[in-house]
Design a protein around this ligand. Structure first.
Ligand SMILES: C[S@@+](CC[C@H](N)C(=O)[O-])C[C@H]1O[C@@H](n2cnc3c(N)ncnc32)[C@H](O)[C@@H]1O
Length: 383
């Protein structure tokens, strides 16, 4: 598993630096950061570790090639020049998907067809066959053509990394697990202090918080596309999983509270938390965020309140923000981290944030408003 290649981690916009930091902690130096993706050099061992450990990345892709392409011929020739036979055997399947952005080759579908044909021609020629059965291992080919640069990649992940496996069911407006994890990692929450999500929905933030502080690898309990690749040493993968299991901080006790006005959300949170193996650390209860009260003088609220999609909902949300602004102000030594797409949040909430950070929940532009109770100390911050 020692051959090195470029590995690309696509991210939600705004999480590139978080992913770079995660890679650094895994022992890899980022070689390139672009909007929505981070690149580093690694081998199959790195592919495995990145899939199992990354909390904020969306997938792990092996870069097969990159070149300028403004015409169909340039795209075909560029793809055909890549040594696909180094990855794919004569009967392997290679579905192709991707997108083009700000490029002369503007059609996703037409580019996909050209790429499929170029790979098929290359493999047919290399293996001396005219018919590719595609009944072997599946290598999902992904491409982007951005500003006339085509990048060809092989997906090693399968279902995206945010699908940890604990949230089979979710409520109407769930937060991406990768974004929830990032919110927790951005915060200055210290595990000796309580954490509260008073708008917990399906429980994503409390669950990601518990997994992060217990050092539970998010991919520990799920499978990945790369596990079918013959290049992979399955014993080494098993060893990396064993190692991750042994790295769980079993002595960390946590005080995490999840509440929501909707009893069905609380049921869901309990179910999801127990599926994620962190049920014992999360106390979930039905409560109205407008009247919450916490005993402890210090702690962190990390939350994603409703933001309202229709105008009437937006007005309701504005009112809600004003009400929680008053409630939260009584927790004056607590820190709060509030993610919303509502532009006037600070005015409605009644206080300017100490810090703001632009983040995206899928394609929805949001802002994480950060309010510090006691001045944050970087000491002991786990980033
Ligand atoms: C955007 S969703 C939160 C999604 C959540 N982060 C998740 O990943 O599933 C907002 C949640 O706020 C809850 N909610 C609305 N008004 C509330 C209130 N006054 N008090 C507590 N929860 C409320 C809704 O029931 C909904 O579950």
């Amino acid at each position: 598993m020692n051959e090195k290649f470029e590995i690309i981690i696509p991210t939600l916009f705004g999480l590139e630096a978080m992913v770079s930091r995660e890679l650094y902690r895994l022992g890899y130096d980022t070689t390139r950061v672009e909007n929505g993706r981070v690149t580093f050099m690694g081998d199959y061992d790195a592919v495995c570790r990145a899939n199992i450990w990354l909390r904020c990345g969306e997938r792990v892709l092996i870069k097969a090639g990159e070149f300028k392409a403004e015409t169909a011929d340039e795209l075909y020739d560029g793809v055909r020049a890549i040594e696909w036979e180094q990855f794919l055997d004569r009967n392997d399947a290679f579905p192709v998907k991707g997108r083009t952005t700000r490029s002369v080759l503007a059609s996703d579908r037409a580019s996909q067809t050209i790429i499929k044909k170029a790979i098929a021609d290359r493999l047919g020629n290399e293996y001396g066959i005219s018919w590719l059965t595609e009944d072997g291992v599946t290598y999902q080919i992904q491409f982007t053509i951005i500003d006339n640069t085509a990048t060809l990649m092989i997906d090693t992940t399968g279902a995206a990394l945010h699908k940890r496996g604990y949230r089979a069911k979710s409520n109407l407006a769930p937060l991406r697990e990768t974004l929830a994890a990032a919110m927790v990692m951005i915060s200055y929450w210290k595990f000796e202090q309580p954490l509260l999500d008073p708008f917990c929905g399906s429980g994503t933030i409390p669950i990601e918080a518990a997994m992060f502080k217990r050092n539970i690898a998010p991919g520990l309990r799920r499978g990945f596309a790369f596990e079918q690749f013959p290049q992979i040493d399955t014993q080494e993968v098993a060893a990396i999983r064993e190692e991750a299991l042994s790295e769980i901080h079993r002595d960390v006790s946590l005080e995490i509270y999840a509440s929501d006005i909707d009893p069905a959300a609380i049921e869901l949170t309990r179910e999801n938390a127990s599926k994620a193996g962190v049920g014992e650390f999360i106390t979930a209860s039905v409560a109205d965020a407008r009247s919450i009260h916490m005993e402890k003088p210090r702690g962190s609220i990390i939350t994603n309140p409703p933001y309202g999609e229709r105008l009437s909902d937006v007005k309701e949300c504005a009112k809600l923000y004003g009400q929680i602004g008053k409630t939260f102000s009584k927790l004056d030594r607590w820190s709060y981290y509030i993610l919303t797409s509502h532009d006037d949040f600070e005015r409605e909430f009644g206080r300017r944030a100490d810090k703001r950070r632009k983040l995206y929940n899928g394609m929805l532009r949001c802002c994480l408003y950060q309010y510090y109770g006691d001045a944050p100390s970087k000491k002991g911050k786990e980033k």
